[in-house]
Design a protein around this ligand. Structure first.
Ligand SMILES: [Zn+2]
Length: 386
C-alpha cells in the first residue's frame, strides 16, 4: 500500500477509484446517487467524471425516470473504450484473449510455445498481441496492457516469476522481457490469483467485500481477496493449498514432496486413476469420465466421489481459515461434472467452520483463465497502484 499523502492528486486518485468501483459494482448510476452512496461532493464527482469521460473510461447514458416525467443522465463504465490482452501460459501452448474493460471476450487464439523458454514465451506473447489487434481492428492506443497468468510464485510488483516448478523458471523478469518486445505495460501473476481478480472485478465476487477462489485442474490452488486486495504473501506463495499433504508417503508431487493434494487429485491424477483400473487405448477426458459416471459406471463414480470429497475438505480448510463472504470453485476440473462437484460442495459446506460462506461453481470454458489474466491489467483501473 503506497503512502497516502493528503495532496490534491492523491485525493483525485481516490475519488476516481470510488466512482469507478461504484459503477463496476452497481452499473449505470446517476451522479446524485453516486454522491449519496460514496459521500463524494457533487463538485468532486463533476471534476472526476469529466476527466474520465474525456479518457473514454466512462460514458453517459440517457434514461427516462419517474414514469417518463424526467430525463436523467446516468454514468456507466465505457466497456468498449479500452481493451486488454490476457495470456494463460501452459506447458506447450499459450491461450491469448483480447477482452474489453469488463473482461468480455473480443477475440482469442491459441499458439504453440515451449513454456520452458522465457524468451520463446515473450516472443509468442508479443506475436499473439499483434495478431489479435490486427484481426479485431482494435487500436493499440486503447490497449491497457498485457496480463500473463501462469503457475508458480511471482513478485507481481516487479513483474518477476520467482519460481515455477512446472516450467523450471527461477527469478525470470518475464514482464520486462514481454514489454521489451510488445511495447506495452505487462503484469504477471499466479493463474489462480488472476482468476480471483477476474471474479472480484466482474464475476461472482463483484458485490462481496471478501472473496476466495478454489481452483483445480492441472494444478490445485486457492486465492483470497479482501477489500479489493489480493493476499499474495511475502514471496507470492499464499494459497498454495495443492501442496497440503493428504496421503503420507503418497505419490511424488512436482514440488518434490510426497502425497500432496495436487499429486493425488489433480485432473491428470484423476484420469490416471481411472486408466489404471480400466486400461484402454483411447484417452479419456473429464467430460467423458463425467458421462461414464452419469451412466452409472461404478469405477468412475467412486474415483470422482473420492476426489470431490478430498477437494471439498481442502476448500473447507481454506474457507475456515479466511472466512470469505463468497467462495468460487473453478478450473478445468469443473468439467468432471456433478459426480465430483456434488460431493465437493457438500463436503465444503459440511467441514467449513464458517457457516455462511456463499459457494458458487463457475461454469468453465477455455477462455476463463485468459480472461483472468486480462484482469491483472484491467485491475490497474480499479485499484491503487502497488
Ligand atoms: Zn506439492
Amino acid at each position: 500500500m503506497p503512502s497516502l499523502k493528503g495532496n490534491q492528486s492523491t485525493s483525485r486518485t481516490l475519488n476516481r477509484l470510488l466512482l469507478l468501483n461504484h459503477l463496476r459494482r452497481h452499473g449505470p448510476t446517476a451522479r446524485s446517487d453516486i454522491a449519496a452512496a460514496t459521500g463524494l461532493s457533487p463538485a468532486a464527482i463533476s471534476y472526476v467524471s469529466s476527466e474520465l469521460l474525456e479518457q473514454q473510461v466512462i460514458a453517459e447514458l440517457d434514461a427516462v425516470a419517474d414514469g417518463g416525467r424526467r430525463r436523467m443522465t446516468r454514468l456507466d463504465l465505457n466497456y468498449a473504450g479500452h481493451v486488454a490482452l490476457g495470456v494463460k501460459l501452459m506447458e506447450r501452448s499459450l491461450r491469448a484473449t483480447l477482452v474489453d474493460l469488463g473482461t468480455n471476450v473480443i477475440d482469442t487464439l491459441t499458439a504453440d510455445v515451449d513454456a520452458r523458454s522465457p524468451a520463446a514465451v515473450a516472443r509468442a506473447t508479443a506475436d499473439a498481441l499483434a495478431d489479435l489487434l490486427e484481426r479485431s481492428g482494435e487500436h493499440r492506443q486503447r490497449l491497457i496492457g498485457i496480463g500473463l497468468a501462469m503457475p508458480g510464485q511471482h513478485d507481481a510488483e516487479r513483474g518477476v516469476c520467482l519460481r515455477c516448478d512446472r516450467f523450471g523458471w527461477k527469478d525470470v523478469p518475464i514482464a520486462a522481457l514481454i514489454a521489451d518486445l510488445a511495447g506495452v505495460p505487462v503484469w504477471v501473476d499466479n493463474d489462480v490469483n488472476a482468476f480471483a481478480l477476474a471474479e472480484h472485478l466482474f464475476g461472482a465476487g463483484r458485490q462481496a467485500s471478501s472473496l476466495a477462489v478454489f481452483s483445480f485442474g492441472r494444478g490445485i490452488g486457492a486465492a483470497m481477496i479482501v477489500d479489493g486486495q489480493l493476499l499474495r504473501g511475502r514471496y507470492g506463495g499464499a494459497g498454495e493449498i495443492g501442496h497440503l499433504t493428504v496421503v503420507e508417503d503418497g505419490p511424488r508431487c512436482e514440488c518434490g514432496r510426497l502425497g500432496c493434494l495436487e499429486a493425488v487429485t489433480s485432473l491428470p491424477a484423476i484420469l490416471n486413476a481411472y486408466g489404471i483400473v480400466r486400461p484402454s487405448d483411447r484417452s479419456i477426458d473429464p467430460a467423458a469420465l463425467a458421462t461414464l459416471a452419469g451412466e452409472g459406471d461404478p469405477v468412475a463414480r467412486e474415483i470422482l466421489d473420492t476426489a470431490g470429497r478430498r477437494l471439498g475438505a481442502a476448500a473447507a480448510t481454506f474457507a475456515s481459515l479466511f472466512d470469505p463472504e463468497t467462495m468460487v470453485i473453478g478450473g478445468e476440473g469443473v468439467l468432471f461434472g456433478p459426480a465430483l462437484l456434488d460431493p465437493l460442495v457438500a463436503t465444503l459446506k459440511e467441514k467449513n467452520f464458517q457457516r455462511n460462506t456463499e459457494v458458487f461453481v463457475e461454469f468453465w470454458n477455455d477462455d476463463a483463465w485468459a480472461r483472468g489474466a486480462a484482469a491483472l491489467a484491467i485491475d490497474s483501473f480499479f485499484s491503487l497502484p502497488s
